[in-house]
Design a protein around this ligand. Structure first.
Ligand SMILES: Nc1ncnc2c1ncn2[C@@H]1O[C@H](COP(=O)(O)OP(=O)(O)O)[C@@H](O)[C@H]1O
Ligand SMILES: [Mg+2]
Length: 365
């Protein structure tokens, strides 16, 4: 066991001796929220170890959160058993699963059970103990990139440096992960739109072109990941997210800081690790297994179209996007063919996605 595991083992064991409170902020202070979805909200815990906890938004979400934990582990295992060339050619990071906590983890909730103040971002106070999924933290993209996003794409709304500084200093904007939308291109006439937050910033394919990113590499990474989810983990990939984030905390230096007091939430990088931006795959609470039948294939196709537009689309009008779809499909089928007989199913899935795309084009295009 590594030192973190030893500590977790001690905390979660019913007969363990009292330890330092696990939540590092005082019980009277709300935990800092760094992300929220339909199912759960994310809060850093034990920041020194880089862990976050996902707590259910309501008791109705307990089952989904437990599913998140189960599928997350299965997905992690499926990716871990792939040839090392997969990761070296098209790297993707899935947060480490650290622990599942529930009412029996008494030590864990010790400092929180008297909590009276609402959790930041939560509608009503969370009653402790509750359920929680502890994983590793996907760190925000660095301040210079956050600034580049607003200077490049939101210049008319935030023209003045002062306005940009003020926007970047909003604590919420420091938790900036970038959603990779290969399946959506903004039209040149589309108004810039109001930029509300840098959290889960949606980066469209035309913006990636402007930034000169390696879009084909992203398409292959997603194609590979979806194939591993389908035929390695055996799940439909429903509602998963692909985001750009950092693999380690921001260096707390003036060079990496966008403003005088930016990075108030980032902690000094204890080791001289290189902070690299990478694609991360997360959020498994709605993923489920599927039967090897026509209904199962439909489930996969529905999950593809139901998700946010991360994957390239087969029904795009732009020639560049149609090529990107081919790149995605190429890697998806290549990886799928490695799973014994799954190549056939994989082709049926792609056909299903194309057919559905034609219908959608008929309706909308
Ligand atoms: N491990 C993590 N590190 C940092 N931020 C995270 C992490 N997991 C999730 N988030 C952020 O929190 C948001 C909500 O978490 P998510 O798992 O997607 O919840 P839901 O299942 O409710 O959609 C995500 O969109 C992301 O911005
Ligand atoms: Mg989500």
């Amino acid at each position: 066991m590594n030192p973190s595991e030893v500590q977790l083992d001690r905390i979660l064991s019913p007969n363990s001796t009292p330890l330092e409170p696990f939540f590092q902020n005082p019980a009277s202070q709300p935990l800092r929220n760094i992300g929220k979805g339909q199912c759960g909200s994310i809060y850093p815990v034990a920041e020194a170890q880089d862990w976050v906890i996902k707590l259910p938004n309501s008791s109705a979400k307990h089952k989904e959160l437990r599913n998140d934990y189960e599928v997350h582990k299965i997905a992690k295992q499926a990716f871990a058993t792939m040839p090392t060339s997969f990761q070296s050619s098209y790297p993707i990071h899935i947060p480490e699963v650290k622990a599942w906590v529930d009412a029996s983890s008494t030590q864990f909730w010790e400092t929180k059970k008297q909590q009276k103040t609402p959790m930041e971002g939560a509608k009503s106070p969370i009653t402790f103990p509750t359920y929680g999924l502890i994983t590793s933290h996907i760190h925000p993209v660095p301040p210079p990139l956050r600034r580049a996003l607003i200077e490049t794409f939101h210049h008319s709304a935030l023209r003045r440096a002062k306005a940009q500084d003020a926007f970047l200093q909003i604590p919420e904007n420091e938790d900036c992960l970038i959603r990779v939308y290969l399946g959506r291109r903004r039209s040149s006439t589309e108004p810039e739109g109001k930029l509300r937050s840098l959290r889960n910033y949606p980066l469209h394919v035309d913006q990636m072109e402007t930034l000169g990113l390696d879009i084909d590499m992203y398409a292959k990474t997603m194609g590979q990941a979806l194939a591993v989810l389908h035929w390695g983990a055996g799940v439909d990939g429903n509602d998963v997210e692909f985001v750009l984030g950092c693999t380690s905390p921001a260096l707390n230096t003036s060079a990496s800081s966008s403003t005088a007091n930016a990075s108030t939430h980032s902690h000094p990088n204890p080791s001289p690790q290189i902070q690299s931006i990478a694609i991360h795959l997360l959020d498994f609470n709605l993923c489920t297994t599927f039967p090897q039948t026509a209904a199962g294939l439909k489930q996969l196709v529905d999950a593809f179209w139901w998700n946010d537009p991360y994957y390239p689309r087969p029904n795009s009008v732009d020639g560049k996007d149609r090529k990107l779809w081919d790149v995605f499909v190429g890697r998806y089928l290549e990886v799928s063919s490695g799973f014994s007989t799954r190549g056939v199913d994989a082709e049926a899935f792609i056909e299903g996605v194309v057919m559905e795309g034609r219908k959608r084009k008929g309706i909308f295009g």
